[in-house]
Design a protein around this ligand. Sequence first.
Ligand SMILES: [Zn+2]
Length: 317
Amino acid sequence: MAMNRIQFQPGLSMPEFLKDYGTEAQCEQALEAVRWPEGFRCPRCDGTAHYVVRDGVRKVFQCAACRHQTSLIAGTLFQGTKLPLTTWFLAVYLISQAKTGLSALALRRQLGVSYPTAWLMQHKLMQAMADREDRYVLEGKVQLDDAYLGGERTGGKVGRGSENKTPFVAAVSLSEAGRPIRVRLTPVAGFTLKAISAWAKDHLAPTSTVFSDGLACFGAVTETGCSHHPMVMAGRKPKEVPEFRWVNTVLGNLKTSLSGCYHAFDFQKYAARYLAAFSYRFNRRFDLRTLHQRLIIAAASTTPHPMRVIRVADVHC
Ligand SMILES: [Zn+2]
């Protein structure tokens, strides 16, 4: 179907990637170019004259005017890491080119690092994707659906009361021609008017036109100025209703991605991050060849996210 254009686009081959990012010097150069596209600037005095010194293996810029020292990795996602940048960049490549995501276990095998290290790298990069996704709101025509993560696969009770089952809002914005533009998958405390109202304020442009299956709580999107069109399903399956076609396709892709590579994870704790990583890839699905560069930019411009922050449970509205 229509997704073929995405599936058959050429990705970036490993030799191509290694030609540009195979050495520590190349990775340093790439990170430096992203951080200071117009050349180094001292964060203290704004001076440009500097010396490059080394703190162990790390590149450090020392301002010629005020002598302030700035590490290349300080203030980025890579802050404090003991790993070579080549290992990090390879992780970026593997995660960005894996069609349905990559598990920490697979990352561990490919990078030759310990499982806790691979897990932390994966979660830091997923958080960088989540931070990037937070910059966008959906607008125009938006299909909205209620969905759940977990439940049957995790050995808990099946159904609404199941433990480790996380409710989330699935939303897809569409072009005038009815093609999907962006997705947004957001865990919520539950499908209540209050939760949906808060969700809409954060994630919808007030001019949006929302289509839903008529679940009462979705009416709360009108509180932000959106118009709401509850659809009568009348016994039809969601995929048979044009207004729900894309949100259901996205949920199908998500299910394949999660069952194929992540298995069970702590949905309640990390749902937002996994969902954002899926959305990040989906929203950049036409740019497979440059996805690694985008993720390097995301990693360079995000805050460091130390372990204690990465391990903190997601806070739902
Ligand atoms: Zn300075």
